[in-house]
Design a protein around this ligand. Structure first.
Ligand SMILES: Nc1ncnc2c1ncn2[C@@H]1O[C@H](COP(=O)(O)OP(=O)(O)OP(=O)(O)O)[C@@H](O)[C@H]1O
Ligand SMILES: [Mg+2]
Length: 268
């Protein structure tokens, strides 16, 4: 028996989709995915495009059903995960017709919190999320980094112990991205929620995580799991220039390259 019960665990998780053209084989998106995430951990998943990362998140969030295997939340087999886990999907959009404040309050409102109270609670986090002063503007009037922080705030406010973040910084320029990584670590350190984070960026994964899973090309399997024993709290420059950081990067890059090359060969 493990010393602590895993917060989230997948056992032999498999997902196949019907073939798009009607006839023909089913598309196998995930095959036998085994992962363990302990309470309060920050865990990242890297893998080639199309390997099933978003599919995995959809299963964990309860938006779709696995074809095989199971998901355990706090040790219990989770048959209906909808609403149990916070989820910021890859193409996260703020609603253009709601102000920034009303967008961030949405997660609470969906939980049944009344609009006025939801707005007050959201407002209380604007400073910490770097959004103070932008409560009453439209999403189109704030920067890309701020939009991502607003979408993150909406996810955080929903108050779940586990949060799935699917490439939240993918569309940001390098500098903004680094600022956001440091900011997210601070927020995580304050709140100690369990975070599962998808990224294409090995450095981002290492800087943020306690553990990194590398997925193979489609059908996605866990190819490798690397423990990141870099000391915390982490400071960007110091962490990224540490010799251990370079060693970990080497460990991840070669398997990831192989998985990507295999995925390209499969597609092409
Ligand atoms: N609803 C669906 N019906 C059929 N096939 C699907 C469906 N959703 C995903 N797929 C297929 O499953 C595979 C995995 O897709 P998924 O979006 O999970 O990949 P990903 O790892 O998130 O990719 P990316 O890094 O580009 O975001 C792809 O081949 C995709 O075409
Ligand atoms: Mg995806």
């Amino acid at each position: 028996m493990p010393a602590t019960t895993a917060r989230l665990r997948t056992e032999g998780l498999t997902k196949a989709f019907p073939a798009r053209s009607g006839a023909g084989d089913r598309v196998s998106a995930l095959e036998g995915v085994e992962m363990t995430i302990d309470p309060g951990e920050f865990v990242s998943i890297v893998g080639p495009s199309g390997c099933g990362k978003s599919t995995l998140f959809n299963l964990l969030a309860g938006l779709d059903r696995p074809s095989g295997g199971r998901i355990l939340l706090d040790g219990r087999p989770a048959d209906n995960l909808l609403g149990e886990i916070g989820y910021m999907p890859q193409a996260d959009l703020l609603m253009p017709w709601r102000t920034v404040l009303d967008n961030t309050a949405l997660g609470l409102q969906l939980n049944g919190v009344k609009r006025a109270e939801a707005r007050e609670r959201a407002r209380g986090e604007f400073q910490r999320f770097g959004l103070a002063g932008f409560e009453d503007v439209w999403p189109s009037q704030i920067s890309g980094g701020m939009r991502q922080r607003a979408a993150l705030l909406r996810t955080f406010l929903a108050g779940r112990e586990v949060m799935l973040l699917d490439e939240p910084f993918g569309a940001l320029d390098a500098l903004t991205r680094q600022e956001m990584q440091q900011w997210l670590l601070r927020i995580w350190q304050e709140d100690r929620k369990t975070i599962l984070f998808v990224t294409h960026d090995v450095e981002e994964a290492l800087f943020l995580s306690d553990r990194v899973y590398v997925m193979s090309g489609r059908p996605g399997r866990i190819e490798l799991c690397v423990e990141v024993e870099l000391e915390r709290p982490r400071e960007l420059e110091r962490t990224m220039t540490a010799p251990e950081f370079a060693e970990l990067k080497l460990k991840l890059i070669e398997p990831l390259r192989r998985a990507s090359a295999a995925a390209r060969a499969e597609d092409g």
